[in-house]
Design a binder for this molecule. Structure first.
Ligand SMILES: Nc1ncnc2c1ncn2[C@@H]1O[C@H](COP(=O)(O)OP(=O)(O)OP(=O)(O)O)[C@@H](O)[C@H]1O
Length: 242
Protein backbone atom coordinates (compact mmCIF):
# COMPACT_ATOMS: atom_id res chain seq x y z
CA UNK A 1 0.00 0.00 0.00
CA UNK A 2 1.21 3.55 -0.80
CA UNK A 3 1.90 6.32 1.72
CA UNK A 4 -1.46 7.64 2.86
CA UNK A 5 -2.56 10.90 1.25
CA UNK A 6 -2.56 13.94 3.52
CA UNK A 7 -5.72 16.01 3.68
CA UNK A 8 -5.36 19.51 5.13
CA UNK A 9 -8.14 22.01 5.61
CA UNK A 10 -7.53 25.39 7.24
CA UNK A 11 -10.63 27.36 8.13
CA UNK A 12 -12.15 26.16 4.83
CA UNK A 13 -15.57 27.69 4.21
CA UNK A 14 -17.92 27.03 1.37
CA UNK A 15 -20.96 29.11 0.63
CA UNK A 16 -23.45 29.36 -2.21
CA UNK A 17 -25.25 32.64 -2.79
CA UNK A 18 -24.41 33.82 0.70
CA UNK A 19 -25.61 30.59 2.34
CA UNK A 20 -22.86 28.85 4.31
CA UNK A 21 -22.77 25.12 3.54
CA UNK A 22 -19.43 24.34 5.18
CA UNK A 23 -18.34 26.53 8.09
CA UNK A 24 -14.61 27.02 8.57
CA UNK A 25 -13.43 23.39 8.61
CA UNK A 26 -10.04 22.51 10.10
CA UNK A 27 -8.54 19.12 9.48
CA UNK A 28 -5.12 17.52 9.15
CA UNK A 29 -5.42 13.80 8.53
CA UNK A 30 -3.52 11.06 6.72
CA UNK A 31 -4.80 7.50 6.85
CA UNK A 32 -5.13 4.83 4.17
CA UNK A 33 -8.87 4.47 4.82
CA UNK A 34 -11.06 7.35 5.99
CA UNK A 35 -14.84 7.26 6.30
CA UNK A 36 -17.14 10.29 6.25
CA UNK A 37 -20.51 10.01 7.94
CA UNK A 38 -23.28 12.42 8.75
CA UNK A 39 -26.96 13.11 8.23
CA UNK A 40 -28.63 13.96 4.92
CA UNK A 41 -27.73 17.48 3.87
CA UNK A 42 -24.92 17.82 6.42
CA UNK A 43 -22.36 18.74 3.73
CA UNK A 44 -20.55 15.45 2.96
CA UNK A 45 -20.81 15.63 -0.85
CA UNK A 46 -19.89 19.31 -0.77
CA UNK A 47 -16.78 18.42 1.24
CA UNK A 48 -15.94 15.73 -1.34
CA UNK A 49 -16.17 18.31 -4.18
CA UNK A 50 -13.93 20.63 -2.19
CA UNK A 51 -11.35 17.89 -1.57
CA UNK A 52 -11.01 17.04 -5.25
CA UNK A 53 -10.84 20.70 -6.22
CA UNK A 54 -14.04 20.72 -8.26
CA UNK A 55 -15.01 23.74 -6.20
CA UNK A 56 -12.70 26.17 -4.42
CA UNK A 57 -13.34 27.18 -0.81
CA UNK A 58 -15.03 30.59 -0.44
CA UNK A 59 -12.24 31.30 2.04
CA UNK A 60 -9.55 29.28 3.78
CA UNK A 61 -7.33 26.59 2.37
CA UNK A 62 -7.76 23.01 1.11
CA UNK A 63 -4.72 20.92 0.27
CA UNK A 64 -4.19 17.32 -0.74
CA UNK A 65 -0.59 16.16 -0.42
CA UNK A 66 0.35 19.84 -0.30
CA UNK A 67 -1.44 20.74 -3.57
CA UNK A 68 -4.25 23.24 -3.95
CA UNK A 69 -6.23 21.17 -6.44
CA UNK A 70 -8.83 23.81 -7.30
CA UNK A 71 -5.93 25.86 -8.75
CA UNK A 72 -3.66 23.06 -9.93
CA UNK A 73 -5.83 20.88 -12.17
CA UNK A 74 -2.79 19.04 -13.54
CA UNK A 75 -1.88 17.85 -10.04
CA UNK A 76 -5.55 17.02 -9.44
CA UNK A 77 -5.45 14.39 -12.21
CA UNK A 78 -2.66 12.49 -10.44
CA UNK A 79 -3.65 13.09 -6.87
CA UNK A 80 -7.40 12.47 -6.71
CA UNK A 81 -10.34 10.75 -8.30
CA UNK A 82 -13.97 10.86 -7.31
CA UNK A 83 -16.82 8.44 -7.78
CA UNK A 84 -20.03 10.44 -7.65
CA UNK A 85 -23.28 9.32 -6.09
CA UNK A 86 -24.90 9.58 -9.51
CA UNK A 87 -23.00 8.05 -12.47
CA UNK A 88 -24.89 10.35 -14.86
CA UNK A 89 -22.77 13.20 -13.46
CA UNK A 90 -19.61 11.44 -14.56
CA UNK A 91 -20.24 9.76 -17.89
CA UNK A 92 -19.44 11.68 -21.05
CA UNK A 93 -18.86 9.07 -23.75
CA UNK A 94 -21.24 6.67 -25.49
CA UNK A 95 -19.26 3.43 -25.06
CA UNK A 96 -17.57 1.75 -22.11
CA UNK A 97 -14.11 1.62 -23.71
CA UNK A 98 -14.20 5.32 -24.66
CA UNK A 99 -15.26 6.33 -21.16
CA UNK A 100 -12.46 4.36 -19.50
CA UNK A 101 -9.81 5.32 -22.06
CA UNK A 102 -10.63 9.03 -21.73
CA UNK A 103 -9.40 9.28 -18.13
CA UNK A 104 -6.09 7.54 -18.77
CA UNK A 105 -5.69 9.59 -21.96
CA UNK A 106 -5.92 12.72 -19.78
CA UNK A 107 -2.80 11.52 -17.97
CA UNK A 108 -0.84 11.89 -21.19
CA UNK A 109 -1.07 8.40 -22.68
CA UNK A 110 -1.43 8.02 -26.43
CA UNK A 111 -4.82 6.88 -27.81
CA UNK A 112 -3.47 3.35 -28.36
CA UNK A 113 -1.94 3.13 -24.88
CA UNK A 114 -5.12 4.47 -23.29
CA UNK A 115 -7.25 1.91 -25.15
CA UNK A 116 -4.88 -0.91 -24.10
CA UNK A 117 -5.08 0.25 -20.50
CA UNK A 118 -8.85 0.42 -20.64
CA UNK A 119 -8.98 -3.15 -22.01
CA UNK A 120 -6.70 -4.31 -19.21
CA UNK A 121 -8.92 -2.89 -16.52
CA UNK A 122 -12.02 -4.42 -18.12
CA UNK A 123 -10.25 -7.79 -18.14
CA UNK A 124 -9.29 -7.35 -14.47
CA UNK A 125 -12.97 -6.96 -13.62
CA UNK A 126 -13.90 -9.92 -15.86
CA UNK A 127 -15.87 -7.54 -18.11
CA UNK A 128 -14.01 -7.64 -21.42
CA UNK A 129 -17.34 -8.30 -23.16
CA UNK A 130 -18.46 -4.78 -22.15
CA UNK A 131 -15.78 -3.14 -24.29
CA UNK A 132 -18.07 -1.85 -27.03
CA UNK A 133 -21.27 -1.76 -25.00
CA UNK A 134 -23.30 1.45 -25.08
CA UNK A 135 -23.34 2.92 -21.61
CA UNK A 136 -26.93 4.08 -22.11
CA UNK A 137 -27.93 0.41 -22.40
CA UNK A 138 -26.46 -0.49 -18.99
CA UNK A 139 -28.32 -0.52 -15.70
CA UNK A 140 -27.66 2.11 -13.06
CA UNK A 141 -25.43 -0.25 -11.05
CA UNK A 142 -23.51 -1.25 -14.18
CA UNK A 143 -22.97 2.43 -15.03
CA UNK A 144 -21.61 2.90 -11.52
CA UNK A 145 -19.15 0.11 -12.16
CA UNK A 146 -18.01 1.72 -15.45
CA UNK A 147 -17.34 4.96 -13.55
CA UNK A 148 -15.35 3.08 -10.92
CA UNK A 149 -13.26 1.30 -13.57
CA UNK A 150 -12.62 4.63 -15.34
CA UNK A 151 -11.30 6.12 -12.11
CA UNK A 152 -9.21 3.23 -10.86
CA UNK A 153 -7.62 3.01 -14.31
CA UNK A 154 -6.16 6.45 -13.56
CA UNK A 155 -4.80 5.13 -10.24
CA UNK A 156 -5.21 8.35 -8.25
CA UNK A 157 -3.31 8.53 -4.95
CA UNK A 158 -6.56 9.43 -3.20
CA UNK A 159 -9.88 8.01 -4.30
CA UNK A 160 -13.02 9.64 -2.98
CA UNK A 161 -16.13 7.48 -3.01
CA UNK A 162 -19.46 9.24 -2.52
CA UNK A 163 -21.88 6.44 -1.63
CA UNK A 164 -20.29 4.11 -4.18
CA UNK A 165 -22.60 1.20 -3.48
CA UNK A 166 -25.92 2.99 -3.98
CA UNK A 167 -28.07 0.87 -6.26
CA UNK A 168 -25.67 -2.07 -6.48
CA UNK A 169 -26.85 -5.64 -5.91
CA UNK A 170 -25.29 -7.77 -3.17
CA UNK A 171 -22.72 -9.72 -5.26
CA UNK A 172 -21.62 -6.59 -7.15
CA UNK A 173 -21.21 -4.70 -3.89
CA UNK A 174 -19.24 -7.60 -2.39
CA UNK A 175 -16.93 -7.71 -5.43
CA UNK A 176 -16.36 -3.96 -5.36
CA UNK A 177 -15.68 -4.05 -1.63
CA UNK A 178 -13.04 -6.73 -2.15
CA UNK A 179 -11.51 -4.78 -5.03
CA UNK A 180 -11.39 -1.54 -3.04
CA UNK A 181 -9.86 -3.31 -0.03
CA UNK A 182 -6.79 -3.95 -2.20
CA UNK A 183 -6.68 -0.45 -3.69
CA UNK A 184 -3.09 0.81 -3.38
CA UNK A 185 -4.00 4.43 -2.83
CA UNK A 186 -5.95 6.05 -0.01
CA UNK A 187 -9.71 5.92 0.15
CA UNK A 188 -12.16 8.46 1.51
CA UNK A 189 -15.57 6.82 1.63
CA UNK A 190 -18.85 8.68 2.26
CA UNK A 191 -21.65 6.40 3.34
CA UNK A 192 -24.82 6.07 5.40
CA UNK A 193 -24.14 2.36 5.85
CA UNK A 194 -21.68 2.08 8.72
CA UNK A 195 -21.03 -1.58 7.87
CA UNK A 196 -19.27 -0.33 4.69
CA UNK A 197 -16.55 1.14 6.90
CA UNK A 198 -15.32 -2.14 8.35
CA UNK A 199 -11.52 -1.96 8.46
CA UNK A 200 -11.43 1.85 8.11
CA UNK A 201 -9.02 3.52 10.54
CA UNK A 202 -10.35 7.07 10.84
CA UNK A 203 -13.82 8.59 10.59
CA UNK A 204 -15.00 12.15 10.10
CA UNK A 205 -18.51 13.02 11.28
CA UNK A 206 -20.00 16.04 9.50
CA UNK A 207 -22.93 17.76 11.12
CA UNK A 208 -24.69 20.88 9.77
CA UNK A 209 -21.62 21.95 7.82
CA UNK A 210 -19.19 21.43 10.70
CA UNK A 211 -16.81 18.66 11.68
CA UNK A 212 -18.53 17.28 14.75
CA UNK A 213 -15.89 14.65 15.48
CA UNK A 214 -12.86 12.91 13.98
CA UNK A 215 -11.11 9.91 15.45
CA UNK A 216 -10.82 6.16 15.50
CA UNK A 217 -13.70 4.39 13.74
CA UNK A 218 -15.25 2.72 16.78
CA UNK A 219 -15.21 5.90 18.89
CA UNK A 220 -16.85 8.02 16.20
CA UNK A 221 -19.44 5.35 15.38
CA UNK A 222 -20.40 4.96 19.05
CA UNK A 223 -20.91 8.72 19.50
CA UNK A 224 -22.72 9.02 16.15
CA UNK A 225 -25.12 6.16 16.83
CA UNK A 226 -25.98 7.53 20.23
CA UNK A 227 -26.82 10.93 18.70
CA UNK A 228 -28.76 9.38 15.79
CA UNK A 229 -30.85 7.12 18.02
CA UNK A 230 -31.73 10.12 20.18
CA UNK A 231 -32.83 12.02 17.05
CA UNK A 232 -34.69 8.98 15.68
CA UNK A 233 -37.11 9.22 18.58
CA UNK A 234 -38.03 12.74 17.48
CA UNK A 235 -40.69 13.42 14.77
CA UNK A 236 -39.50 16.92 13.89
CA UNK A 237 -38.14 16.94 10.29
CA UNK A 238 -37.55 20.71 10.28
CA UNK A 239 -33.78 20.36 10.57
CA UNK A 240 -33.67 18.44 7.29
CA UNK A 241 -34.78 21.55 5.37
CA UNK A 242 -32.13 24.05 6.34
N1 LIG B 1 -24.86 24.26 -5.32
C1 LIG B 1 -25.65 24.34 -4.25
N2 LIG B 1 -26.59 25.32 -4.16
C2 LIG B 1 -27.37 25.45 -3.09
N3 LIG B 1 -27.35 24.62 -2.03
C3 LIG B 1 -26.47 23.62 -2.07
C4 LIG B 1 -25.57 23.42 -3.17
N4 LIG B 1 -24.80 22.35 -2.92
C5 LIG B 1 -25.21 21.87 -1.73
N5 LIG B 1 -26.20 22.62 -1.21
C6 LIG B 1 -26.88 22.45 0.08
O1 LIG B 1 -25.86 22.17 1.03
C7 LIG B 1 -26.30 21.22 1.98
C8 LIG B 1 -25.33 20.06 2.00
O2 LIG B 1 -25.48 19.27 0.82
P1 LIG B 1 -24.61 17.97 0.55
O3 LIG B 1 -25.08 17.38 -0.74
O4 LIG B 1 -23.19 18.31 0.67
O5 LIG B 1 -25.05 17.04 1.77
P2 LIG B 1 -24.77 15.49 2.05
O6 LIG B 1 -24.29 15.42 3.45
O7 LIG B 1 -23.90 14.92 0.99
O8 LIG B 1 -26.24 14.90 1.95
P3 LIG B 1 -26.79 13.41 1.59
O9 LIG B 1 -26.36 12.50 2.70
O10 LIG B 1 -28.27 13.63 1.57
O11 LIG B 1 -26.22 13.05 0.24
C9 LIG B 1 -27.73 20.84 1.59
O12 LIG B 1 -28.63 21.62 2.35
C10 LIG B 1 -27.78 21.23 0.13
O13 LIG B 1 -29.08 21.58 -0.26
Amino acid sequence: MNMPSRIELRDAKFEVEGKAILHGLDLDIAAPRIGIIGRNGSGKSTLARLLVGLVAPSSGDVRINGHDLAKDRRAALREVGILFQNPEHQIIFPTVIEEIAFGVGQLGQSKTEAAENAKEILARFGLSHWENAYIASLSQGQKHLVCLMAIVAMAPKLLILDEPFAGLDIPTKAQLTRYLAHYEGSLVHITHDLADLEGYEQLIWIDQGNIKMTGARDDVIAAYLEAMHALGGDDDLADLSR
